[in-house]
Design a binder for this molecule. Structure first.
Ligand SMILES: Nc1ncnc2c1ncn2[C@@H]1O[C@H](COP(=O)(O)OP(=O)(O)OP(=O)(O)O)[C@@H](O)[C@H]1O
Length: 241
């Protein structure tokens, strides 16, 4: 099957540091791919590379087999690549609804009326309907995470890149978030999820990649990767779970 999103020979250098150092990655349509690795492994930088946040130092990125390497982030978003950020970035002074509608207009390329309908639908799907008229800055953590997800979904993605969206949540809140992500997966959305909270990640993903020092250490079935000796060593001998 042709990958929906792939990167070949990806390198991103900051001065002498190669934050991403020769990564090959391919995500299949409808797949949920997890990415783990110690702090500083290059996971977020890989997302930046895939989403077009900066020019690559080397490598090529394809969407549906077509090269998108030169395209800036807004163009990639319009083509169906959405991303959430480790630290959510809503417009704090706008309401929840306005935040989602802006994303639908700007990222989803919808005219005003269609963006209103789409935003309302996304708020329902993400459990935010009751919060629609609250300022984004007034939300609790779970709702901030939902809003981050909703803003990405509003752009009508085919692939969503989730960057540590589970961080800081209670177990009960994680359950809510995992259920939501599983619903998106069941609807056919392709998911790439960086997450330190492994038990949450393992409930969703089909395949796991472990990165360390800018490279892929291991990839394959989640269990095989977690059992890999190099992966265990990268976690300094601790039990990754
Ligand atoms: N804009 C930047 N300028 C300089 N160095 C950077 C920049 N962004 C990331 N780095 C460095 O690149 C390396 C990889 O960082 P990255 O944030 O991608 O790691 P990560 O695996 O996402 O880590 P974490 O799990 O802590 O989020 C780190 O050493 C980081 O300090």
């Amino acid at each position: 099957m042709q990958a929906i999103l792939s990167g070949t020979g990806l390198v991103k250098s900051y001065g002498r540091l190669r934050a991403v150092d020769g990564v090959d990655i391919a995500v299949q349509p409808g797949e949920a791919l997890g990415i783990v690795g110690p702090n500083g492994a290059g996971k977020t930088t890989l997302f930046g590379a895939l989403a077009g946040a900066f020019p690559l130092s080397a490598g090529e990125i394809r969407l549906d087999g077509a090269v998108i390497t030169p395209l800036p982030a807004p163009r990639r978003c319009a083509l169906g690549i959405a991303r959430t950020y480790q630290v959510p970035r809503p417009f704090l002074g706008m309401t929840v609804f306005e935040n989602v509608q802006v994303a639908a207009r700007a990222g989803g390329d919808l005219k005003t009326e269609a963006s209103i309908d789409h935003a309302a639908q996304i708020l329902g799907a993400t459990g935010l309907r009751a919060m629609a008229n609250r300022p984004a800055g007034a939300l609790g953590l779970l709702d901030r995470k939902r809003l981050e997800l909703a803003r990405a979904l509003a752009t009508r993605p085919r692939v969503i890149l989730l960057d540590e969206i589970g961080g800081g949540l209670t177990e009960g809140e994680l359950d809510v978030l995992v259920a939501l992500i599983l619903t998106l997966k069941a609807q056919g959305l392709t998911i790439v999820w960086i997450e330190h909270i492994l038990h949450a990640l393992l409930r969703v993903i089909d395949r796991l990649v472990c990165m360390a020092e800018g490279r892929i250490l291991a990839q394959g079935s989640p269990r095989a990767v977690m059992d890999d000796a190099q992966v265990r060593a990268a976690y300094l001998g601790s039990d990754p779970e």
